[in-house]
Design a protein around this ligand. Structure first.
Ligand SMILES: [Zn+2]
Length: 141
């Protein structure tokens, strides 16, 4: 009876885990060579029908599939004006908040996008972020 062959921990990689890379764990020779120069995440084991799966390494496509955007800096500008007309007409279009965010999608390039926030949502949104703020850093209001 021979030993079970451990698979490379990189998600979707079918190669045999013949190498060890700190702190990622058991990987194939190709990933031992390429991972150190890349962004990757070792995701904890998740419970499934068959028990706890081995931790999985997310890189490239798997990382982008998380659809996570890392905020690169707090936004510091907001646009509110009445210079646009919308079709179909929107209520209170003149008071919407347009806030640009600089982000980097995990496994991808930096980009920016503008989040449009309707005025009636702003108090709840502000309260939500204040609740998440670490206790030792009072919000600057
Ligand atoms: Zn691999």
């Amino acid at each position: 009876m021979h030993e079970a062959v451990e698979a490379c921990r990189v998600q979707k990689c079918l190669n045999e885990a013949s190498e060890y890379l700190m702190p990622a764990g058991d990987v194939c020779a190709e990933h031992k060579a390429t991972l150190p120069a890349k962004e990757w995440i070792l995701a904890g084991s998740e419970q499934s029908a068959t028990g706890y799966a081995q931790p999985t390494i997310l890189v490239d496509e798997s990382l982008r599939a998380l659809n996570e955007y890392v905020l690169l800096e707090p936004p510091d500008e907001v646009t509110r004006d009445g210079s646009r007309q919308y079709g179909p007409p929107e209520d209170d279009f003149y008071s919407e908040y347009r806030i640009p965010f600089r982000v980097r999608r995990r496994g991808d390039e930096e980009r920016s996008f503008t989040l449009v926030i309707r005025p009636e949502m702003m108090p709840a949104l502000a309260a939500f972020f204040c609740r998440q703020s670490p206790g030792d850093v009072p919000p600057d209001v």
